[in-house]
Design a protein around this ligand. Structure first.
Ligand SMILES: NC(=O)c1ccc[n+]([C@@H]2O[C@H](COP(=O)([O-])OP(=O)(O)OC[C@H]3O[C@@H](n4cnc5c(N)ncnc54)[C@H](O)[C@@H]3O)[C@@H](O)[C@H]2O)c1
Length: 255
């Protein structure tokens, strides 16, 4: 599809990678609806993007809330043909930490937001997208999920995060296969280490050692580079059921 035709729900759109996607799509003439739990940042982000953007406080783990807000977003944008799932949390912690075993709630909350939340928004949007008028090749919509290279080589302390992102990679192909009959494509991006508020909070020496570990270019990824990859997926109709690593060839070490 062409970018100016995009009517997108972007989860996690108040910050980091999701916000960069919103900026990229609005600049190309699209309309976007930002879903996020951070109300202050969400309202500010939508206001800065202008009339083509709106914000709805949405917890991606709420089944009823997502159904209602996806429908409201479609009505407000005059259509819905794209979802970009960027909402996520780190859920860092060792299985056996200094203060004892990881509380089960840490593990389950991480999986709930990163994996179940992505599925929750995807299925609510697909339910509406299946009724879209078919475009070229019968295309009716595109779903883009965000995994992580931690889905493949999670570090010590990333058991919960890696499990959640591995699940996102795992559901990509079966969803693409199933939704093919409706002309809805499903793809996932597995970013390496990107310069966002998630990474901004880390100590400088950690950021430097992270950068040094990236073969080429030897720096953190820019959110605009993630947004460009989303735009590439949206406009590349033959790309389906795939997870793309976007990582400067980094392979995470155990710690
Ligand atoms: N930054 C990186 O290096 C990196 C690397 C790999 C993967 N990722 C993934 O990319 C995605 C975006 O990360 P980011 O770096 O932009 O982080 P970020 O913290 O800047 O943005 C994440 C956003 O998700 C929102 N969010 C959290 N829980 C939510 C919920 N339950 N419902 C709705 N919104 C919720 C937060 O409020 C925040 O605005 C995440 O899924 C993250 O795991 C990031």
């Amino acid at each position: 599809m062409q970018l100016e035709q995009v009517r997108a729900v972007i989860t996690g759109g108040a910050s980091g990678l999701g916000h960069a996607v919103a900026q990229r799509l609005v600049a190309a003439g699209a309309k976007v609806a930002l879903f996020d739990v951070n109300e202050d940042k969400g309202h500010a982000a939508a206001a800065a993007l202008g009339a083509s953007a709106s914000f709805q406080r949405t917890d991606v783990t709420s089944e009823d809330g997502v159904v209602a807000n996806v429908a409201a977003a479609r009505d407000a944008m005059g259509g819905l043909n794209v979802v970009v799932n960027c909402a996520g949390i780190l859920g860092a912690g060792r299985v056996l930490g200094k203060d004892g075993p990881m509380p089960l709630s840490t593990f389950s909350t991480t999986v709930m937001v990163n994996l179940v939340g992505s599925f929750n928004v995807a299925k609510a949007a697909a339910q509406l997208m299946q009724g879209n008028t078919a475009g070229d090749d019968g295309e009716r919509g595109v779903i883009v999920n965000t995994a992580s290279v931690a889905a493949y080589e999670g570090q010590i302390g990333q058991a919960a995060y890696s499990a959640s992102k591995g699940g996102v990679v795992g559901m990509t192909l079966p969803m693409a296969r199933e939704l093919a009959r409706f002309g809805i494509r499903v793809n996932t991006i597995a970013p390496g280490i990107f310069w966002t508020p998630m990474v901004d909070g880390m100590p400088p020496q950690v950021q430097e050692s992270l950068s040094a570990s990236i073969p080429f270019p030897s720096r953190l990824g820019k959110p605009e580079e993630f947004a460009d990859t989303v735009a590439f997926i949206l406009t590349s109709r033959y790309l389906n059921g795939e997870t793309i690593r976007l990582d400067g060839a980094v392979r995470l070490a155990p710690k």
